[in-house]
Design a protein around this ligand. Structure first.
Ligand code: ADP
Ligand code: MG
Length: 246
């Protein structure tokens, strides 16, 4: 087991796990090391982001190397981009494009505890998606019924949802999750708490692809939630960002 630490201006980062990938110092670094699609980079620049935050510089390489991750970083430190960027990079091309060769059906699922948070994540994802024909669905009763059509469903790349909405769709039998390759639990302290745990476990269990990558992100992770998170993850790396002098 290794530990890597580095200091962004106001942040102290610790990464623990087997073979922790080296963090990056800039978005240019990241693009070069992982040969990222230039469109993703230009969309990040378009958002006005100049430097990766601590969780981004450590977390993105870990996810790009297809590792499972538990990321703990304070509110406002850019956790959303930390998982959206690698997820979209690993998906490669929209399912609706001829370049896509990873099979049919939804390939990434982001879960958040409230509809409002899911909505914010969806907006961030749309910014990253600009210029390409990504199909990113903010899951609701209405979108769930349109996805009952297999032709529509097969072209969706990413679903962003609350756990309850997903459970309802799974139970209706109208949603196929067997090609999901990436699952993210955002605000994992809440997602793994009593209110949502059973629903989250049902959704995760329905994602049956053998190579599904899992990541949890949270501002805090109480011991009990952390224990559950670690049991869900495979050979995880745990990254903790702390504000300095606190
Ligand atoms: P968290 O989920 O950790 O609370 P968010 O992902 O919601 O944080 O991001 C907080 C704010 O920081 C958002 O307004 C987002 O657009 C912005 N942001 C994210 N990454 C960067 C970056 N690298 N540089 C500047 N601003 C960023
Ligand atoms: Mg967040």
């Amino acid at each position: 087991e290794q530990t890597a630490s580095s200091s962004a201006p106001r942040q102290r980062v610790t990464a623990k796990g087997n073979n922790v990938p080296e963090h990056v110092k800039s978005f240019a670094d990241l693009a070069k090391r992982y040969n990222l699609p230039s469109r993703l980079l230009s969309n990040i620049a378009q958002s006005g982001y100049k430097q990766p935050t601590g969780i981004q510089s450590h977390g993105v390489p870990i996810l790009l190397e297809s590792r499972d991750l538990a990321a703990i970083s304070p509110t406002g430190t850019g956790k959303t981009l930390s998982y959206l960027l690698p997820t979209m990079a690993l998906l490669g091309a929209p399912a609706s494009s001829s370049q896509s060769d990873s099979g049919k059906g939804v390939r990434a699922l982001i879960l958040a505890p409230t509809r409002e948070l899911a909505h914010q994540i969806h907006n961030e994802c749309l910014k990253l998606a600009q210029g390409r024909k990504w199909r990113i669905v903010l899951f609701s009763r209405a979108t769930a019924s349109t996805l009952a059509d297999k032709n529509v469903r097969d072209k969706v790349d990413i679903i962003i949802s609350t756990p309850l909405r997903m459970v309802a769709a799974i139970q209706s039998g109208n949603l196929e999750l067997s090609n999901i390759r990436h699952i993210v639990l955002d605000e994992a302290d809440r997602m793994l708490d009593a209110e949502f745990l059973e629903q989250v476990q049902e959704v995760v269990a329905s994602c049956t692809h053998p190579k599904v990558q899992k990541a949890v992100f949270s501002a805090t992770l109480p011991a009990n939630a952390e224990k559950i998170a670690m049991s869900m993850l495979h050979d995880p790396i745990r990254v903790v960002v702390g504000l300095k002098d606190t």
